[in-house]
Write a protein that binds this ligand. Structure first.
Ligand code: ZN
Length: 439
């Protein structure tokens, strides 16, 4: 109780107040929410046009001006931006003129999306990110200070400072971080004992890890692990995986959608009929062949972060697929719904009878951010890995080869330069594709 009170007190006042606002505005009608979006979109376009060289240049080249936005539908006049557009000009042309190095937090897309990108978030708007995440967390019953477990990918060769920071964050947020680099019975059992001792109310994290633990717990009849809710985030949540996790843990899974560059885009409420968009801060479009998709029609997700002025993301291609719907939710919230999110598939690599995540984080190191545009790691057979890179010709592949041969010493590793990597059927990108591992 004291911990929960303290956690609320430790939240910045701006975030607390904004959360109070979001908990009111989620009940606004769709019309009211659209008025808020139009006002914010117009202000953001104006700022970007006059203060962010990248947007000034591309809007001029496309013959559009912020004053062309009179209603929300006019947004389609403005060009859609992709990660590769930003990569060509980052950081020089992306930072708003009114922001200096001390006013921003540097981040980097990682893990789930592949094709990494450096990015900035204005410190002045961090409270929006905090409050938006908290509102979604509270839908699943996770309040600040509440005991929760984070299932995640721990990464390779983490620096000591990151390890210490993680431990401090664990203690401050009453969190248990559970991460495994490969699937090994002994390791899973150690983590399960930690789960039994920790007795968390909420589990959150990557669905594939939640699934692996659920499977082990079920198959070995392990008791004493009973969360009241699970939040799946970071990767595609397959229906079979959701059903299995729900069955084993005896509680509902809430699907969350967001990314490092644009956090807290959408999440399911307790009705689980679709994901409600964080519409006060994110303007989400679902496009089919460049046009707005109709209700029930699959299309690509394009998002505008209405609040990050430091490095505006306006009509940003998420490289995922979803279906918009006109359905309203029984919960009564006015926040619009999207359904059936597809995208982001990572397989494991099967090595010496164990399933490993390959050391793909090497592609996110600053030295490769500009030179590697896309990648795919393919396991063709038990002893062969092929890495396809869409990269600049002068790229030195020796360090990449070294990391992979150290991780999988007995395997044949090959690196190929390719001009493009085709998405898997259905438009999903498979950054790690194992032809032999069962995922
Ligand atoms: Zn709802």
């Amino acid at each position: 109780m004291i911990r929960k009170y303290l956690s609320w007190c430790l939240l910045p006042e701006k975030a607390r107040n904004y959360l109070k606002y979001l908990e009111r505005s989620q009940w606004f009608s769709q019309d009211e929410l659209e008025k808020i979006q139009l006002k914010k979109l117009s202000a953001l376009l104006n700022y970007a046009y006059y203060n962010v060289p990248f947007y000034h240049r591309i809007y001029k080249a496309n013959g559009v001006h912020p004053s062309d936005l009179r209603e929300l539908d006019d947004i389609t006049k403005f060009p859609v931006i992709s990660k590769s557009d930003f990569k060509k000009v980052f950081p020089k042309e992306c930072l708003g003129k009114t922001y200096g190095p001390k006013d921003v937090v540097y981040g980097q897309t990682s893990g789930s999306t592949g094709n990494p990108l450096g990015m900035f978030v204005g410190k002045d708007k961090m409270y929006v990110r905090q409050a938006s995440k908290l509102r979604f967390d509270r839908w699943a019953g996770l309040n600040p200070g509440e005991r929760f477990v984070l299932f995640w990918f721990p990464g390779y060769k983490k620096r000591l400072i990151s390890k210490i920071k993680q431990k401090v964050d664990d203690v401050l947020s009453n969190r248990l971080s559970v991460g495994i680099r490969y699937i090994d019975e002994c390791k899973i059992m150690t983590e399960i004992k930690r789960l039994q001792r920790f007795k968390a109310k909420i589990f959150r994290g990557y669905p594939q890890f939640l699934y692996i633990f659920a499977k082990y717990i079920s198959e070995n009849n392990i008791n004493g692990i009973k969360p009241s809710a699970v939040i799946s985030e970071g990767f595609l949540l397959l229906n079979g995986v959701r059903n299995y996790i729900e069955e084993v843990f005896g509680c509902k899974v809430s699907n969350h959608y967001g990314s490092v560059e644009i956090t807290s885009i959408a999440q399911e409420c307790s009705e689980h009929v679709g994901l409600h968009i964080n519409a006060e801060n994110r303007f989400v479009e679902i496009l089919k062949d460049g046009e707005v998709a109709s209700s029930g029609e699959r299309g690509e997700i394009v998002v505008t972060d209405l609040e990050n002025y430091a490095m505006p993301f306006i009509r940003y291609r998420m490289e995922d697929i979803a279906t918009p719907t006109d359905e309203t939710c029984a919960c009564g919230r006015g926040l619009p719904l999207i359904k059936n999110i597809e995208g982001r598939i990572f397989d494991f690599i099967l090595y010496k009878g164990k399933m490993f995540y390959p050391p793909h984080t090497i592609f996110y190191s600053p030295q490769y951010l500009k030179s590697i545009h896309n990648y795919q790691i393919i396991q063709n057979s038990p002893d062969e890995i092929e890495i396809n890179l869409v990269a600049d010709n002068e790229l030195n592949i020796d360090p990449i080869m070294k990391v992979f041969t150290e991780s999988f010493p007995d395997m044949k590793i090959s690196i190929n330069f390719v001009s493009s990597i085709a998405p898997a059927p259905g438009g999903k990108h498979r950054f790690v594709y194992s032809k032999i591992a069962v995922n």
